[in-house]
Design a protein around this ligand. Sequence first.
Ligand SMILES: Nc1nc2c(ncn2[C@@H]2O[C@H](COP(=O)(O)OP(=O)(O)O)[C@@H](O)[C@H]2O)c(=O)[nH]1
Ligand SMILES: [Mg+2]
Length: 230
Amino acid sequence: VSKQVITVGRDVLAQTRIEAAVFRDEMTRRGTLLVNMISSPGAGKTALLAATARHWSTRQQGRRPQMAVLVGDLATDRDAQRLAPFVPVVQMTTGGACHLELPLVERALMALGDFKGEFLFIENVGNLVCPASHDLGEHLRVILLSTTEGDDKPGKYPKAFRTSHAMVISKLDLVPHVPFSIEAATDDAREIQPNLTVLPLCSLDGTGIDSWCDYLEAERRKLLARPECV
Ligand SMILES: Nc1nc2c(ncn2[C@@H]2O[C@H](COP(=O)(O)OP(=O)(O)O)[C@@H](O)[C@H]2O)c(=O)[nH]1
Ligand SMILES: [Mg+2]
């Protein structure tokens, strides 16, 4: 087998990055915070989105934030079915691809209609490798690490953690039953990304959901304070 090295003299992802930046600006102008949720399969992305929707929809004081979800999956619409009772949701089926790309997200947003709410979430395909390399125009990238996965994962999948703004440590209720140190996971992740916000929570009993929602609302306020947001 002979191998040939071809040098590509141009940045083939440059156009994609420009398109993602344009999409991000459009979301900023709308005042919608776009959040890209990344994790391994089963870390609890869908459960967290359902808990987030419950938290905001039962708020007693002030305005209830509006949210919608674009959910990616390899093959089924099971997550969309789980979320549909709570929030507007559009399923993106990748047909086997291990990550989402921007054109699919843009089409899904069109299918959602004229969404002008405060928070738009993208649930990425469960995978800690490929989604890390694809800018979907998000303002915030959030990585979930569940306590059942082990506290050594940040160092093993550094790009996903390096490119994230926040790390949710999910399934906090299982800490007494599994060998997982929140401190070790935090230290490992912050060695890669020192500015990472760390949010431990449990989507089933609601522990930490208020801090998570406060974090999102604070990030949206920062977005609105930007000069380009009218
Ligand atoms: N014990 C526990 N289980 C959870 C929690 N969050 C999610 N799960 C369970 O973990 C499994 C995977 O969750 P899911 O939301 O589908 O993960 P996703 O693949 O990242 O969307 C489901 O059986 C959930 O009920 C949690 O906080 N604690
Ligand atoms: Mg899911």
